[in-house]
Design a protein around this ligand. Structure first.
Ligand SMILES: [Zn+2]
Length: 279
């Protein structure tokens, strides 16, 4: 090995070590270095126009308490009570705006309080889901379907999806937490132009992992994930040739902070779909 190659090898080891230390995990090679924030959901209700009016009165409009992270969504000041065969849960928050179909999202621990057994589902996938009674100040509604436990999911834009190398509808693994950290399996990737990058868990799941709102979580499953630590080669100069080599090897390029990427390399990466990942 000549001296230059030796120095480069040493340098790579240093970068890998730094990344591992930053992530505080031992399997850094399989984890994307760029975290995304965790958003924790409590149990909540989305209402149809018809059900809103039964529960609160004709022509009723929800009042906004505060905006929530996803564009256009808000927590309403209004709450309802949920009643199941075994018990009740009071003051369950309504999230606006109104939807085509009423949807009630509870946590796994709630099903014992209520005496119900809804399926784990993606939002909006309500066929043959659970039944529940919703009680408002003006009346009550029994829904035969619409009660679910939310499938944990990861919101992102198409640009985020390209960055992380994932696609809409794909299931990935996400690592969250440190001292009691958990790698969550079956995290549904949901891609839409107006989504805000965020990993959504409910309170049961967040408590199990010991995480708080806004903590960082990491994508574990990468299509082009480095198989060996030494596959992470941090470059200080990215040339067109290096991009073409990465394309042949079907690997992303890991780029050192402050490095130079030539305009031709940028164009080539875009053209060939080679991921450029900043460390
Ligand atoms: Zn969500």
């Amino acid at each position: 090995m000549n001296q230059d190659l030796f120095n480069q090898h040493d340098f790579i080891k240093q970068i890998v070590y730094k990344v591992m230390r930053k992530l505080k995990v031992n399997d850094a090679a399989a984890i994307h270095p760029q975290p995304f924030p965790i958003g924790i959901s409590n149990r909540h209700v989305h209402l149809s126009r018809q059900d809103l009016e039964i529960l609160f009165g004709n022509g009723y409009e929800l009042n906004m308490s505060h905006k929530i992270s996803q564009t256009g969504q808000f927590a309403a000041t209004e709450t309802v009570n949920l009643a199941g065969p075994k018990g009740c849960i009071e003051k369950v928050r309504i999230l606006g705006p109104i939807r085509k179909q009423t949807q009630v999202e509870i946590m796994r621990s709630d099903k014992y309080r209520l005496g119900v057994d809804p399926p784990v589902r993606d939002s909006g996938d309500l066929k043959d889901s659970g039944a529940i009674t919703i009680i408002g100040p003006n009346g009550s509604v029994h829904i035969d379907e619409g009660l679910i436990i939310s499938q944990r999911h990861l919101h992102m834009t198409p640009a985020d999806a390209a960055f992380y190398g994932v696609t809409d509808g794909e299931f990935v693994q996400v690592k969250a937490g440190t001292s009691r950290g958990i790698t969550f399996d079956k995290v549904l990737v949901r891609v839409r132009e107006d989504f805000v990058l965020e990993f959504h868990l409910d309170i049961d799941e967040a408590n199990a992992a010991g995480v708080e709102n806004g903590d960082g979580a990491f994508l574990v499953t990468l299509k082009n994930k480095p198989t060996e630590q030494n596959d992470i080669i941090a470059l200080s100069l990215v040339t067109e040739d290096r991009v073409r080599q990465a394309w042949k090897e079907k690997k992303p390029l890991y780029i050192k902070k402050g490095s130079i990427t030539t305009p031709l390399a940028k164009d080539t990466a875009k053209e060939l779909g080679v991921e450029l990942i900043s460390l």
